[in-house]
Design a protein. Structure first.
Ligand code: SAM
Length: 233
């Protein structure tokens, strides 16, 4: 599965940043792409400025979130399973002149050898690529990667309604996403069956089972939000 996803993002990497800008400037789609920027802002605003803080960004992609955080902290490590997204992130790094970010290969399931090293772990729009069983392993890995009292901030696709009960709402929403995103991302078919976004209550349970205390949940959109959690003792 990881291979399929990394291939998908390898193929999107060259256009990823450009597509976001194009969508942002499209009068029909901009209000949806603003959700993405609101998610990034909500994550960044929750990180205190502190030159001692070390942050891990999982599923960093082309690094947009990592770049936003870098000015507030000592160091950011961005990991991803797509080598080409990482390549784009490294190119962005050169262009920006920001020097306190390392982009490396790694995943939720195999993050690398960094035990208890991080003050904060963030992720945006990546965890839903994992099944619920994998999310549980990922949450346990993230717990092991955090220092005591470390913070976890996960922005992602997550349901604030039940798509099985409220299936008309969900069907309309999918239709809407395909229609508007399709205006720009013509070749990129959204196959939501291959994604594993879950209900926010389920996500909360997964983190609590893995040794986190969920301190807050921010709804950004009916299918997008941020979970704020703290590593429990
Ligand atoms: C939609 S992009 C989001 C990128 C970036 N976080 C952002 O906000 O622009 C999802 C990213 O997650 C990565 N990804 C997917 N599954 C992953 C996994 N299991 N571990 C780490 N990264 C993963 C993809 O390669 C891709 O770069």
């Amino acid at each position: 599965m990881d291979k399929e996803i990394s291939r998908m993002f390898d193929n999107r990497s060259a256009e990823y940043d450009k597509n976001i800008e194009t969508l942002r400037n499209d009068k029909f789609v901009s209000r949806y792409i603003e959700i993405y920027f609101r998610m990034i802002d909500a994550i960044v605003n929750h990180i205190d400025s502190n030159k001692e803080t070390i942050v891990l960004d999982i599923g960093t992609g082309t690094g947009r979130l990592a770049f936003e955080i870098a000015g507030k902290v000592k160091r950011v490590i961005g990991i991803d399973i797509s080598e080409k997204m990482l390549e784009a992130a490294k190119n962005n790094s050169i262009k920006s002149g920001i020097k306190n970010i390392d982009f490396r290969s790694g995943s939720f399931l195999q993050p690398g050898d960094f035990k208890k090293q991080f003050d904060v772990i963030v992720s945006n729009l990546a965890l839903h690529h994992l099944t619920d069983e994998e999310k549980l392993i990922a949450a346990q890995n993230m717990r092991d990667l955090l220092k005591n009292n470390g913070k976890l901030i996960i922005g992602d696709v997550m349901f604030f309604f039940n798509p099985k009960i409220n299936f008309v709402k969900w069907w309309l929403m999918k239709k809407h996403i395909k229609k508007f995103a399709g205006r720009v991302l013509k070749k990129q078919i959204f196959d939501l069956r291959k994604e594993h976004a879950t209900h926010v209550k389920n996500l909360k349970t997964i983190f609590e089972k893995s040794g986190f205390h969920v301190v807050g949940i921010k709804k950004i959109f009916p299918i997008a939000g941020i979970v704020f959690a703290q590593k429990s003792d």
